[in-house]
Ligand binder design. Structure first.
Ligand SMILES: Cc1cc2nc3c(=O)[nH]c(=O)nc-3n(C[C@H](O)[C@H](O)[C@H](O)COP(=O)(O)OP(=O)(O)OC[C@H]3O[C@@H](n4cnc5c(N)ncnc54)[C@H](O)[C@@H]3O)c2cc1C
Length: 333
């Protein structure tokens, strides 16, 4: 039986969904945030909690986990907003002028939907090398470890994108030695980060591909590498290998829902007001697509007030308000 009706159901409790929950709480909307993972924070918490994020306004660098803690604290100031973890949205159906949301935990109803599900579920792209599977979670890892765990260690990072560069720079804070191996000679990343990399003492091995992993008698990992486009071999003995080849995302779940907002390459197309092609369903953050979109935390945060205010104007046209937070009501929160 469906006994709960929300104004706004936010699908996804990543950084953007969390901020959307807070902002909708400021507007006194009856809100639920549904998150399939056991804890909030999306990609930031799950994939790079230790990384120092440089491009969130108001922070001169903030660790991923700290940003999520701050968002939790901000969300806690609107306690009427419900955050439901371990709750995966399986289907959304239109029912008269509202929506029925089906999850693995049950069913609820909502007058509007705000999609903030990022790229859907995600998992790291794995290293294809002899014994890679065997040593996964022993010597080989796919996410940035707690920096204290690598104190005094020799760590190899594999990858050449911005997150691999960030990871190598972050690990350098505590590791004894950091080696960055990449199959090309050029690294992709923010110019500032690549410049820092070039000025750092991180040992760069390019263009090399990891071919084989072996455990040494001293319980370290011997990494065997082959030159790309050449015949040279390299090997290095490390305490830990962190592979950062990007992520494989699964956003096909949306295709199973009854409501079908228009998509392009798995992203949901939105109007200037962040509304999808399905009336009453809006999207923000990495999941939302419009011309010129950048998938950044700052971009997603900026979209939130536009989407939430558009939803509230639609649901409660008589409640149009000045939009400064100090002028918004927080009745009952
Ligand atoms: C390694 C790496 C480094 C990055 N560095 C930076 C950086 O320095 N600066 C920056 O601005 N951005 C960075 N980004 C990008 C940034 O993390 C994203 O832009 C941001 O996480 C988007 O937030 P979001 O809330 O839209 O989506 P997400 O963080 O993806 O959160 C979406 C949430 O929705 C949940 N979900 C998905 N499907 C469902 C469902 N059906 N039901 C319920 N819940 C669901 C997911 O579990 C997830 O928790 C980086 C990304 C990566 C991978």
């Amino acid at each position: 039986m469906i006994n709960r009706i929300y104004d706004i159901t936010i699908v996804g409790g990543g950084p953007v969904g969390m901020f959307a929950g807070f902002y909708a709480g400021l507007r006194n909307a009856k809100v639920q945030i549904l998150e399939s993972l056991p804890e909030p924070g999306g990609q930031v918490q799950a994939l790079y909690p230790e990384k120092k994020i440089l491009d969130v306004a108001g922070f001169a660098g903030v660790a991923g986990a700290q940003l999520i803690n701050n968002l939790k604290a901000q969300l806690a100031t609107v306690p009427a907003v419900e955050f439901q973890a371990n709750t995966k949205v399986i289907n959304i159906t239109r029912a008269d002028d509202s929506f029925v949301i089906t999850t693995n935990q049950g069913t609820s109803r909502s007058k509007a939907i705000l999609l903030a599900a990022g790229n859907g579920s995600f998992k790291p792209r794995e290293l294809r090398a002899t014994n890679a599977e065997k040593y996964t979670n022993q010597y080989l890892f796919y996410s940035l470890p707690d920096l204290q765990q690598v104190a005094g260690q020799t760590v190899m990072v594999a990858g050449g994108g911005d997150s691999a560069v960030d990871m190598a720079l972050t690990l350098q804070q505590t590791a004894r030695e950091v080696i960055l191996v990449h199959r090309r000679t050029e690294f992709r990343g923010l110019e500032h980060q690549v410049e820092q990399l070039q000025q750092s003492s991180i040992k760069l091995l390019t263009p090399y591909l990891i071919q084989e992993l072996m455990e040494t008698d001293a319980h370290q990992l011997l990494v065997q590498m082959k030159q790309v486009g050449g015949s040279e071999q390299q090997q290095a003995t490390v305490d830990r290998l962190v592979v950062n080849y990007g992520f494989i995302t699964n956003n096909r779940e949306l295709a199973q829902w009854d409501v079908q907002p228009e998509t392009e390459h798995g992203k949901v197309k939105v109007t200037q007001e962040l509304e999808t092609s399905e009336k009453g369903i809006y999207a923000v953050g990495d999941q939302a697509l419009y011309p010129g979109k950048d998938t950044l935390i700052a971009t997603g945060f900026g979209e939130v007030p536009l989407a939430v205010n558009a939803i509230m104007n639609r649901l409660y046209p008589d409640r149009r308000l000045p939009i400064h937070s100090t002028a918004l009501p927080k009745k009952g929160n």
